[in-house]
Write a protein that binds this ligand. Structure first.
Ligand code: FAD
Length: 445
């Protein structure tokens, strides 16, 4: 059996490793147009700031490692240019020497990921305007910030990556301005939780321009100024465009793979596409919102890994499923942990649910033990049956475990009373006798 995989980051390499464990004899080949494999995209902001010291820390495997560990051939700088699903072959171009070739497969996994959105802003072709997606793109930013005359960073977009990079640039001693079109940071979060983050960003010296977008960039050769829609002019030695990504699904679409309304590849829980023996996984593919039983696209490394593993097992002859997600996400914004899971209030109401919002502030652990931090929890509950549908957490140490408890509760359709009843661990350095999650349940009851 011959298994071809396109893309060698989270989904592609997870698929290859699992396919090998499932089938010892299959020939497995990964085609990757870039120069790196299996890197931690999520670690790139820390690589740029130097908190993660070396490139080696974020690029965890080489093609050679993959060959030795899994007997998987990784062809770097090989771009797949066409998929012929009827004849089951693909055409590729070796980007090193321009030569083209064909590869015949029995099973194909498309893991082509996502691409940064770059609207045609005037001045976008000036130097020192970056997007961040691959290690190579991080290398370019790292080179730019090494220069003594690069001190002012302007980030366009206050999403997770934009804010992680705000911290990263501040870590490097730079002046940072974040410009966001919406009137709050982290648009999937509620305004009241976003306001806590905004206050913290200001305390950390980040300039925020909210409710205003980029109009154009100005400069001679390099960017010197970002001009906003309202006419504000922000000086910049470097600009980072971080306004979102889109599924890289064109190659698949051209081959007749069905694309969902979200623009990403439609897959079922086996990660099969509409074409026989063609699977897709990761940022190029849709997934299911478990609470609404709806196809959605939420590109995250956690999902890419699980989908890749599932696609790899199935392509190699196994029978695995990935049911979907709760849209759980987490990020670190300086000293705050910011996380969410499940439905927003607006989503719950759009489903016809009579939903209640419950917000509490609790300590992360006993107040007499050093290092007490506040944790803000906001839960969305179904008023009819008390079931928790969604949650947001913003706070200090220990916020991460609260969001994971709440994601587990939502996955299991637990009620406010059950949040109170569940027997969570307690000792003064870790929690209070009534944990923050139990308090949320008590208040919601
Ligand atoms: P990608 O990483 O996009 O990889 C796809 C690969 O396919 C690319 O290497 C590309 O070169 C290759 N390819 C595309 N087309 C072709 C072709 N025609 N031929 C050959 N090769 C091709 N997620 C989290 O869950 N938590 C986080 O904290 C987090 N932080 C992030 C921070 C940053 C800065 C970034 C950029 C992302 C972050 N993510 C995070 C998202 C996470 O990195 C992605 O979800 C994950 O990398 C997706 O993996 P993937 O394999 O699906 O796609």
């Amino acid at each position: 059996m011959k298994i071809a995989i396109i893309g060698a980051v989270a989904a592609g390499t997870s698929a290859a490793a699992k396919a090998r464990r499932t089938n010892k004899d299959a020939e497995i080949v990964i085609f990757e147009k870039g120069r790196d494999i299996s890197y931690a995209g999520c670690g790139l902001p820390y690589y740029i700031s130097g908190v993660t010291p070396s490139r080696y820390n974020v690029v965890m495997n080489t093609a050679q490692d993959f060959k030795e560990k899994y007997n998987v051939e990784v062809l770097l700088e090989h771009e797949v240019t066409k998929i012929n699903s009827e004849d089951k072959n693909l055409t590729y171009k070796n980007l090193k020497n321009g030569e083209e070739g064909e590869y015949k497969f029995d099973k194909l996994i498309i893991a082509t990921g996502a691409l940064p959105i770059k609207p045609p802003f005037e001045g976008l072709d000036l130097e020192n305007i970056f997007t961040l997606r691959s290690v190579e793109s991080a290398d370019k930013i790292k080179d730019a910030v090494k220069r003594d005359d690069v001190n002012q960073a302007v980030i366009i977009g206050a999403g997770l990556i934009g804010l992680e990079m705000a911290e990263s640039f501040r870590e490097l001693g730079m002046e940072v301005t974040v410009i966001e079109l919406q009137d709050q940071v982290l648009p999937p979060f509620s305004k009241e939780m976003a306001a806590i983050v905004e206050e913290h960003l200001k305390e950390k010296g980040v300039n925020l321009i909210l409710g205003d977008g980029v109009d154009h960039f100005e400069g001679q050769e390099e960017v010197e100024k970002v001009v906003t829609g309202s006419g504000k002019e922000v000086e910049a030695d470097l600009a980072l465009l971080s306004i979102g990504i889109k599924a890289n699904s064109k190659l698949a679409e051209e081959a007749g793979v069905e694309i969902g309304e979200t623009g990403a590849i439609k897959v079922n829980e086996k990660l099969e596409t509409n074409l026989k023996d063609v699977y897709s996984a990761g940022d190029c593919a849709e997934t299911t919102d478990l609470l609404r039983n709806k196809d959605i696209w939420l590109p995250l490394g956690s999902t890419a890994n699980k989908q890749g593993r599932t696609a790899g097992e199935n392509a190699a002859g196994g029978d695995a499923s990935h049911y979907g997600i709760l849209k759980t996400g987490i990020t670190k914004v300086f000293d705050l942990t910011v996380a969410r899971t499940g439905l927003t209030l607006e989503e719950a109401e759009a489903e016809g649910t009579d939903a209640a919002v419950v917000k509490i502030k609790a300590h992360n652990h006993a107040s007499y033990y050093p290092g007490t931090d506040d944790i803000h929890l906001r839960g969305i509950f179904d008023k009819e049956n008390g079931v928790i549908l969604g949650a947001e957490v913003v706070g200090g140490d220990g916020s991460d475990k609260r969001i994971d408890v709440l994601a587990t509760a939502i996955y299991n359709r637990m009620t406010a009373d059950e949040l109170f009843q569940v027997d969570l661990a307690y000792a003064p350095p870790y929690s209070g006798p009534k944990d923050a999650v139990a308090i949320l349940g008590m208040v919601a009851e």
